[in-house]
Design a protein around this ligand. Structure first.
Ligand code: DGT
Ligand code: CA
Ligand code: CA
Ligand code: ZN
Length: 577
């Protein structure tokens, strides 16, 4: 496991212990150790072998041994036991906005609450308000939170799904009895949240593959185990389905189990219209089965160009595939740089130079730094003096990098409640570009929020809009805003809209991304990185862009450094005339 993975486990252990009401010092120790790990400059293997970690404050010998075990084996019996023995319903309560481990423990102690069902009953009966530290307002919030969590169901983030499936898919894929295998379902379509994980393989002898699958260390519970299909529940709670087919059936099954259901229905209808019958195992014609080696063959047989999985939602892809109008979707390697990143100047955990070097090592040609503006006190927003200091440091680094790399000077400037920007124009004009974002007063009416954001977009010095709805996937709904009006204002003024690629945000979403594209809005993919590792979140922004049907030309940060610099200038001069 790498540093971040180990830190995650430690945090989760700390939280589980807290919910169970263990000694607070012991719980803290886990969270502290996670923080220490994240702050370590060197990588984990080196820190372990050089003794740097053993010396780090807050990491005693027992914790050190656990970290070492996680780092080398990726497993820790104590962690697995802790997960197994904590009621899953209790952990689910963590998803209610505003309920942390301490409050959950208090609810359990006072009212024996161990699940969402218990919690709802107690809140509806007014039993929560009287508990010390809660009150009527909290009770009402809890009821709202339950409704939100229920609307979301048991879905997980795309990023978590990809992380969880990686070792499982690898095990299936390298199994000696497996001929071909592929991830299917919503995960292959790269949806922003995932219900369950689906894997398909082909084999002449699927039994041993399924037997080994249900015995994987990641599997906590076997839900089904037949001769062609097995399902397990992972330790993390999510379900994983594995299906085996004969190799000749593989392309058909792959197509069927990739979905979406809506896409499949149209596929079958098209087949029928051509006198064919498509199923998850075959394509039958009047003269017998039509062999297909790949999905491309199936689409071809139905008179279609191969439709990329991300577009398979029955949202116009058939029309496009029939007329050779499918977009040539953007890929991650098309990205040349990115703009919305934070450093230790505000609430980031890496220095300017570390972020720039991180971007360089990902092969990017430029990096935009956009730390928070002064009103964002909670996030270390920069005073005018600090802005000037940062600009000097950027100048120095740029001199050092020469032509090989460039840091663009930006700011993530708060949009005030009335839609004005947090810095005066003369300060804003000294940046290469301005990301304008809402970070406060989320509760405005739809009309007021829309007017606020549209005004910020119309500001002559606003280059791009940051996280347009402020949503946090599975955790918080976005603010109430008329996104179509926002998109319209961006189109009219030439202002860019970002796809915030942080896997908790993915904001714009795929649907509005498509609408923005259709209106000719300039789209930019930003990771909103607060640490070097966060730059890799660009990956998830690319998936949104692909689902939105964007090609390389439709994403700003695929251009050369010079062309970006010129575009920033052009937007400014166009907006001010
Ligand atoms: P999820 O798991 O909720 O994120 O979404 P999916 O799309 O992965 O759905 P899942 O796991 O229930 O099924 C995988 C694929 O199997 C789905 O994308 C399409 C196909 N499929 C499942 N049920 C049906 C169905 O009733 N009709 C059709 N046509 N296809 C289905
Ligand atoms: Ca699925
Ligand atoms: Ca499934
Ligand atoms: Zn930000």
């Amino acid at each position: 496991m790498n540093t971040e993975q180990v830190a995650r486990v430690l945090d989760e252990m700390g939280t589980l212990l807290e919910i169970r009401g263990e000694n607070p010092f012991r719980c803290r120790a886990y969270h502290n150790a996670a923080q220490t790990l994240r702050a370590m400059p060197s990588d984990l293997t080196e820190a372990l072998s050089s003794g740097k970690l053993a010396e780090a404050s807050g990491i005693g010998s027992t914790l050190f041994a656990k970290i070492a075990q996680l780092a080398t084996t990726g497993r820790l019996a104590e962690f697995e036991e802790l997960k197994r023995s904590t009621p899953p319903g209790l952990v689910a309560l963590l998803r209610i906005p505003g309920l942390g481990p301490k409050k959950i423990k208090a609810l359990r102690d006072a009212l024996s609450i161990e699940s969402l069902v218990d919690l709802r009953a107690a809140a509806e009966a007014g039993k929560i308000a009287p508990i010390k530290g809660f009150g009527a307002k909290t009770e009402a919030k809890i009821l709202e939170g339950i409704a939100f969590v229920e609307s979301v169901g048991d879905r997980i983030l795309l990023s978590d799904a990809l992380r969880l499936i990686a070792p499982i898919f690898a095990a299936v894929n390298r199994h000696p009895k497996v001929i071909r295998s592929e991830i299917c379902g919503s995960l292959r379509r790269r949806k922003e949240t995932i219900g369950d994980l689906d894997i398909l393989f082909s084999s002449d002898d699927p039994g041993p593959v399924l037997d080994d699958f249900v015995r994987l260390p990641q599997a906590a519970q076997v839900l089904a185990h037949g001769s062609t299909k097995a399902s397990v529940r992972l330790i993390e709670g999510v379900q994983c389905d594995l299906r085996g087919v004969r190799d000749a059936e593989f392309p058909f099954a792959l197509n069927y189990f990739t979905g979406s259901k809506e896409h499949n229905i149209v596929m079958r209808r098209r087949a029928i219209a051509r006198g064919l019958k498509l199923s998850e195992y075959s394509l039958e014609g009047p003269g017998g089965a039509i062999a297909c080696r790949s999905e491309a063959d199936i689409y071809k047989a139905l008179g279609l160009a191969e439709i990329p999985p991300e577009l398979r939602e029955d949202r116009g892809e058939f029309e496009a595939a029939e007329h050779g109008k499918l977009p040539h979707l953007i890929t991650q390697t098309d990205l040349t740089g990115t703009f919305h990143c934070h450093t230790t100047y505000s609430d980031g955990s890496a220095s300017l130079q570390e972020m720039a070097d991180g971007a360089r090592s990902l092969g990017l040609r430029y990096l935009g730094i956009a730390d928070h503006s002064k009103s964002a006190g909670y996030a270390g927003g920069l005073s005018a003096d600090r802005v000037l200091e940062q600009r000097l440091e950027i100048d120095k680094l740029n001199q050092k990098y020469g032509d090989s790399f460039r840091i663009f000077k930006g700011t993530e400037c708060d949009i005030m409640t009335d839609g004005s920007l947090d810095y005066p124009d003369d300060l804003l004009a000294g940046f290469d570009y301005v990301v304008a974002s809402v970070h406060s007063n989320f509760g405005l009416s739809r009309a007021a929020m829309t007017a606020r954001i549209v005004r910020a977009i119309r500001h002559p010095l606003t280059t791009m809009l940051g996280h347009p709805t402020g949503r946090l996937l599975l955790a918080r709904e976005g603010y109430d805003v008329d996104l179509d009006a926002v998109i319209e204002a961006a189109a009219e003024t030439g202002t860019m809209i970002e796809i915030n690629a942080n896997p908790h945000r993915l904001d714009l979403d795929d649907v509005h991304c498509r609408r923005a594209k259709d209106r000719g809005v300039r789209i930019v993919i930003n990771p909103d990185a607060h640490e070097v590792e966060g730059l890799k979140d660009l990956e998830f922004g690319v998936y949104v862009a692909r689902r939105g049907g964007l090609s390389r030309d439709e994403v700003v940060n695929t251009r050369s450094t010079e062309s970006i610099a010129a575009l920033f200038e052009r937007i400014r001069s166009e907006k001010s005339t």
